[in-house]
Design a binder for this molecule. Structure first.
Ligand SMILES: [Zn+2]
Ligand SMILES: [Zn+2]
Length: 369
């Protein structure tokens, strides 16, 4: 029989928290009653290692234990009394800050145990994220979606309590225990019930003590005009349900806005390439140009250059937080033909004499400076 908690866990006195946890983890897996059904020796051993871990994993308790020594600590009632406790109680004992899933996840299959370990703690539910594919035109017009969202909700069978409860026998329902320490009483949070003053008598059959069940819900979501890639739209209270009266988390719709084959977006502005012939660009032309709000007719002036931009005010993307609409830029892409017939070439040469700008001569002059 081990003479102290360190020996119980097989670690040195100076062992770090990680080492202690690791040692406990290993032993707990080996001796846990759920993996040794009906084995009284394993059960006793499990209680002992749990007791040792309960003290050594708690900084304050470990310090006390180290200073007074094993016998004094145990006889002073500062250890854990497991006599008559069932294993549900033992799980509850480690409720506060003890991640049962972490250690027993693969034994119990995870899920329920976490809620069980945290049974008495008020916890806000998790936020959920829903990735929604949003076509380009929703950015312009806004849209409404009905989404099938899977989240946890409070179990209606037990009202989230996880089952029938009764006053905790360890603390008599007060949530506090007090012990005599050198002539005066020190009170602390009851370790059996985590301070709630209640323990579960009969587990709820619907949620298996979790207090929550998974549920699908159709949720209407309004996608506002102007959303961008990875905009987050918050739907309050539609995340996972909280525990023990904790608030529900929120649902965030993350917009995965699709690219448009024609319009390029930069912030609130849009760009569209418009192709023109050299002749149109030279002579000027009335053209029809696309905008997300319908085609518009406009006069492109004579002498329009390749890459020149024309701004259509207010034909871009509506601003997400209001305050107007961005602009649409038409980017002129001028097509220049290779002239194949000699007669046409001659015509162009004649024109060149009139219209040539000698731009490169300017450049050569500037290049010397
Ligand atoms: Zn209690
Ligand atoms: Zn229930």
């Amino acid at each position: 029989m081990a003479k102290d908690y360190y020996e119980e866990l097989g670690v040195q006195r100076g062992a770090g928290a990680d080492e202690i946890k690791k040692a406990y983890r290993k032993l707990a897996r080996k001796y846990h009653p759920d993996v040794n059904p009906g084995d009284k020796t394993a059960e006793d051993r499990f209680k002992k290692i749990s007791e040792a871990y309960g003290v050594l994993s708690n900084e304050e308790k470990r310090r006390q234990y180290d200073s007074v020594g094993h016998d004094a600590f145990v006889s002073g009632g500062q250890g854990y009394d497991f006599s008559g406790a069932n294993f549900e109680d033992i799980r509850n004992t480690f409720g506060g800050g003890f991640d049962f899933d972490d250690i027993f996840g693969d034994i119990f299959g995870g899920g329920n145990r976490r809620a069980s370990a945290n049974r008495n703690r008020v916890m806000r539910g998790d936020d959920l994220y829903y990735n929604l594919r949003v076509p380009f035109y929703d950015v312009i017009n806004g849209n409404e979606y009905e989404l099938n969202v899977s989240h946890s909700v409070t179990c209606s069978e037990c009202g989230g309590k996880g089952g029938e409860k009764k006053a905790c026998p360890t603390c008599g329902g007060t949530g506090q225990t007090s012990r005599n320490k050198g002539g005066f009483f020190v009170s602390s949070v009851c370790s059996s019930c985590g301070g709630s003053g209640q323990v579960t008598v009969k587990q709820c059959g619907t949620c298996h003590g979790r207090g929550q069940v998974e549920s699908k819900e159709r949720i209407k979501v309004r996608i506002p005009k102007g959303v961008d890639k990875n905009s987050k739209i918050r739907v309050p209270g539609k995340g996972n349900a909280g525990l023990n009266g904790g608030a529900s988390g929120d649902l965030y719709i993350v917009t995965n806005v699709q690219d448009h084959p024609v319009y390029r977006r930069e912030g609130d502005n849009l760009y569209v390439d418009v192709e023109m012939d050299m002749f149109e660009a030279a002579l000027g032309e009335k053209i029809e140009a696309p905008t997300p709000y319908g085609a518009v007719t406009l006069n492109i002036p004579a002498g329009t250059q390749p890459g020149q931009k024309f701004r259509l005010k207010g034909k871009g993307v509506p601003m997400l937080k209001g305050g107007g609409t961005g602009d649409l830029y038409l980017v002129m892409n001028v097509k220049i033909p290779a002239v194949a017939y000699e007669a046409d070439r001659e015509t162009l040469r004649e024109m060149m004499k009139k219209y040539a700008t000698n731009v490169r001569e300017e450049l050569l002059k500037k290049g010397k400076i």
